[in-house]
Design a protein around this ligand. Structure first.
Ligand code: ADP
Length: 491
């Protein structure tokens, strides 16, 4: 990131509570690091439980304030539109901040800002369609009506892999519904979150409607627990690891709190013998290598029918060899660093677990420490077995795990043999097979002859241990409203 950009008014280094830019109550800060070179690019407040309580109080007061509580859907829609326009005007700046703190290649960061902004536009439109219902009554003297209302304060906890879009996908829906929010962004990527909040402030949201608590990992658990247990918070929306998601779900159970969860996946990517192999290879590249493989919908297990295994593997290897690796601020770089050391060690450990148990590396497999401490070579591993971590866990890195199969039943069995069920992909030109697989693949989203499927208009979410609820689409509002039934009697 250029120094001029870092001096940009969008780089905020304070938290945002009750409409004011603020330090942590104890004055502590933590470093924000550029994973491409480990340079410290900023320091932001290491906020704790007490700061979070202030934010919850502010959000609660704002929720009941006349200005927000009595706001019309059209007024909220207009505010969201203003915010969207500002986000669009500052696309490049936000993308550069994102690349600097997450390592994401700049082209992808720009793509994410466009995607993230689209949720604000979408929910500006949806705000005006949060309709109620009038239904025929079984009793002549009665009328039955159902109306939808905001749940109250929403706690939003977001990850570093999509530092912008995971915030707007939640906040856009919450604000459209009339909720207020307390956001806790990931410790690796607070600057993108603060930039988004800065533009929300400019758009004119009343104080306390949007609050942002930056914290290091040290305080994440206490902030999370407070958000889950505070009686002033009506619901939680979380995107992140399955492990933390389960903890938050447990914590929310005490107060029977609403919770939306977008957790890890273990996406199968199946190539049947009838597939167009060039499309499949292209789909594999986008699905696997976007954000260096660090997305929850990344293909994790590649199941290739034996008749096309060699052709697919050969063509994929050629494409992988051509990927340019480096600092994501260079426009031609396609593979940036992993986000942090923990992630690098996890990827290395999973690859060595596989090779120790008989898997073979076809390409890659090295830690590229001459480029920077967090770079890992795009890798293809074959002879994957069911006892390997690469088969069972999300690798969240640039590693393709290849499994050869013979029959459709076998492929489905392997694909479904996981407790995760977020995304799945398959490539086939056989129309009956396409319908069969759609019905039986146990996931919440399917790419059919397509490797990149996320879009504002469609419902994002998983089944099994991959989550609860849907984000984006018209269903994205549901987590933030409750239905009130009104029975008019003795008419
Ligand atoms: P990752 O392993 O990819 O960092 P996490 O699920 O650990 O995924 O992190 C996602 C978000 O959850 C981050 O904002 C992180 O700070 C937050 N987080 C981590 N631990 C907890 C916790 N115990 N309670 C609440 N939030 C947490």
């Amino acid at each position: 990131i250029q120094v001029s950009r870092m001096l940009s008014s969008l780089v905020k280094t304070l938290g945002f509570v009750d409409g004011k830019w603020t330090n942590s109550c104890d004055g502590k800060k933590f470093d924000v690091i550029n994973p491409a070179n480990m340079n410290v690019i900023a320091q932001v407040p290491d906020m704790n439980k007490e700061d979070c309580q202030r934010a919850i109080d502010a959000a609660n007061d704002a929720f009941y304030s006349k200005e927000w509580h009595n706001s019309t859907a059209k007024e909220r829609s207009n505010l969201l539109k203003k915010w969207f326009n500002l986000l669009e005007q500052h696309k490049q700046e936000i993308a550069e901040i994102m690349t600097a703190e997450s390592g994401k290649p700049i082209g992808e960061s720009l793509g994410e800002v466009g995607y993230g902004n689209s949720f604000i536009e979408w929910f500006a439109e949806e705000a005006r369609r949060i309709y109620g219902e009038i239904v025929p009554s079984p009793v002549a003297s009665r009328q039955i009506m159902m109306t939808r209302h905001p749940i109250g304060v929403a706690g939003l906890i977001t990850p570093w892999n999509f530092p912008h879009a995971m915030i707007t996908r939640k906040a856009g829906a919450a604000l459209a519904a009339g909720c207020t929010v307390v956001l806790k962004p990931a410790e690796d990527t607070p600057l993108t979150a603060l930039a988004i909040c800065k533009l929300a402030e400019e758009a004119g949201f009343p104080p306390g409607v949007i609050n942002c608590i930056t914290s290091s990992r040290i305080h994440a658990a206490e902030i999370g627990e407070l958000l889950c247990k505070s009686p002033k918070v009506a619901g939680i929306s979380f995107t992140g690891s399955t492990q933390v998601g389960k903890l938050l779900y447990r914590q929310c159970s005490e107060g029977i709190k609403r919770i939306g969860l977008e957790l890890g996946g273990n996406a199968p990517f199946i190539v049947f013998k009838s597939a167009n192999i060039d499309h499949a290879v292209q789909g594999a590249m986008t699905s696997k290598f976007r954000n260096c493989g660090q997305t929850c919908v990344s293909a994790n297990r590649f199941l290739i029918q034996e008749e096309v295994f060699d052709e697919f593997t050969g063509k994929l290897t050629e494409q992988i060899k051509a990927l340019k690796i480096g600092d994501g601020s260079n426009a031609d770089v396609k593979i940036g660093p992993l986000i942090n050391e923990a992630q690098l060690h996890k990827v290395q450990a999973m690859v060595s677990d596989a090779t120790c148990n008989g898997a073979k590396i076809i390409h890659g497999g090295r830690h590229l420490s001459d480029i920077g401490p967090l770079f890992f070579e795009p890798t293809i591993v074959t002879d994957i077995k069911t006892n390997m971590n690469l088969y069972n866990d999300e690798v969240f890195g640039p590693v393709v795990s290849l499994i050869k199969f013979k029959t459709e039943d076998e492929a489905l069995k392997i694909a479904n043999s996981t407790q995760r069920g977020l995304a799945g992909y398959f490539f086939s030109q056989d129309i009956s097979q396409i319908f069969r697989i759609n019905k039986d693949l146990e996931v919440g989203m399917i790419g059919i002859n397509e490797g990149l499927i996320s879009t504002t208009e469609a419902a994002f979410g998983g089944i099994k241990e991959s989550g609860l609820g849907r984000e984006g689409s018209k269903h994205g509002i549901d987590d933030y409203v409750y239905i009130k039934y009104l029975c008019y009697g003795n008419l």
